[in-house]
Design a protein around this ligand. Structure first.
Ligand code: 5CA
Length: 449
């Protein structure tokens, strides 16, 4: 992408309304624009990051056996009256009526709708287990939307729903999602810690929140430092096999949110030097709620014994539009964002330091062509801006590698590669730049870890 043809409305000044660094940087880097309280447009650069996150989530869901579909944002109130949540949800639910005065709502989550789909088609235990997910916009009329897309009213969520014949099978489905979540966040470069959590309006008795430690996080958390050392299950993990040993290894280390913590137990189980009591951002939550919705909505399956029983379910959420600021909270410095390559909007930014110089420009144009052909996501700063301003923009938007070419290098046959995260600069022969970048970027894409 040529920057001269792109839409990247960066801001020089710090926006006053932004209280935390991720919100400030998302506005300054031209990633989002607020349209009303808690409603955001995703500008091109921000949208690229969102799409990269979505691709990682979709790949890991598929690996774990979940099946993707798409449900509408609007839902009939009727379904929510069946479960009893139409009244329970209160003012957080956005209620709408159509031209025929039929009651609709903008979905805050999809347990009811998916249960309705399930009961319409599935009759027998032979069709189980089943895990269906979608990535769709949600609306919750939060009292205090804040910190940009960290807590917004409209937000993008991956929500998945599992269906099993009994609790034992449902726990296996829960384990598959638990392991898929460990891999998903790890591929984004994040340490997201699974913690025992309250179930709230979703219900049930088993739940984990996945939390990224950050001072600006809204949740108080208590955990054993050891959990940060646990191994991430590899890509070739057998998701059809028994994952309980992986889950019990992770859950053996103490980790709980402030709603669930038992201080006496925390202090008894975790030696003082290993105790972390900190703040964190909830980037996902998984629930097992048994037959809460299937009983209320009459979603029955026939078991091997020929008898009908309510299906056992869980739900599994990931906040995509919250992950973007969570990543920035984890990866930034005083100059701007420092994206991990796997979620970066572009992998390389090519800086032409002097577009008026014909030789410099023709070398940059060729380099741009070669980078694209090598399958590298490249943003080409071919604008007439000065070198200082180009460096500042490149640092602000946080693309992992900067390939810098000026008139002097153009003549001596050299370019410079700057690594955004280490700050290291390296001179390379022009013809070596693309192969070297390719070799460096390949493992950083993290798609095979
Ligand atoms: N039905 C279940 C799981 S599918 C559910 O709705 N879970 S949830 O309420 O925990 O939401 C899932 C994830 O969405 C959260 O972990 C969080 O990352 C994200 N999320 C929830 N509310 C907001 C919000 N107001 N703004 C941004 N992200 C949010």
């Amino acid at each position: 992408m040529r920057l001269s043809n792109y839409f990247l409305p960066t801001l020089k000044e710090d926006p006053k309304e932004a209280e935390i660094v991720s919100h400030r940087l998302m506005l300054r880097a031209g990633m989002i624009r607020q349209q009303a309280a808690g409603l955001y447009s995703w500008l091109p650069l921000g949208y690229r990051v969102l799409r990269k996150i979505q691709a990682i989530i979709e790949q890991e869901q598929a690996r774990a056996g979940a099946i993707q579909m798409l449900m509408p944002t609007l839902q009939p109130a009727e379904l929510w009256r069946e479960s009893g949540r139409y009244d329970d949800y209160g003012k957080e639910m956005l209620r709408i009526s159509d031209r025929h005065d039929r009651d609709l709502l903008f979905g805050p989550t999809n347990e009811e709708m998916i249960t309705d789909i399930f009961r319409s088609y599935v009759r027998s235990y032979r069709e189980l287990p089943l895990n269906l997910f979608h990535v769709q916009w949600k609306f919750r009329d939060e009292i205090r939307p804040r910190f940009g897309t960290m807590r917004s009213r409209e937000f993008l969520m991956k929500d998945g729903y599992s269906f099993d014949i009994d609790r034992e099978a449902a726990e296996k489905s829960y384990h598959r999602m638990f392991v898929a979540y460990l891999r998903t966040y790890h591929r984004m470069g994040l340490a997201a810690i699974p913690m025992r959590a309250e179930t709230g309006p979703i219900g049930g008795d088993l739940s984990h929140e996945f939390i990224v430690l950050a001072d600006t996080g809204e949740s108080g958390v208590f955990c054993d430092r050891n959990i940060l050392e646990k191994p991430i299950p590899p890509a070739d993990t057998d998701f059809e096999g028994d994952l309980s040993s992986i889950v019990s290894d992770w859950t053996s280390a103490y980790a709980a949110t402030e709603d669930m913590v038992d201080m006496a137990e925390f202090e008894a189980r975790v030696p003082a030097q290993r105790r972390i009591s900190a703040r964190g951002i909830e980037v996902g939550q998984i629930f097992y709620f048994g037959t809460k919705y299937s009983t209320a909505m009459n979603a029955l399956v026939t078991g091997p014994d020929g008898r009908d029983a309510a299906v056992h379910s869980g739900s599994y959420g990931i906040g995509l539009t919250r992950l973007v600021p969570a990543l920035i909270e984890a990866f930034h410095d005083e100059d701007g964002i420092v994206w991990p390559t796997s979620v970066a909007p572009f992998e390389v930014v090519l800086l032409n330091l002097k577009t008026a110089d014909e030789k410099c420009s023709s070398i940059c144009d060729k380099m741009y062509h070669d980078l694209k052909n090598a399958g590298i996501d490249v943003l080409y700063d071919d604008t007439g801006a000065g070198a200082g301003s180009k460096f500042a923009t490149a640092d602000l938007v946080g693309i992992p590698f900067q390939l810098i070419i000026g008139p002097r290098g153009a003549r001596s046959g050299e370019a410079e590669i700057k690594n955004r995260s280490t700050g290291q600069r390296q001179s390379v022969a022009l013809e070596q730049a693309v192969p070297l970048l390719q070799k460096t970027i390949e493992p950083e894409r993290r798609d095979r870890i």
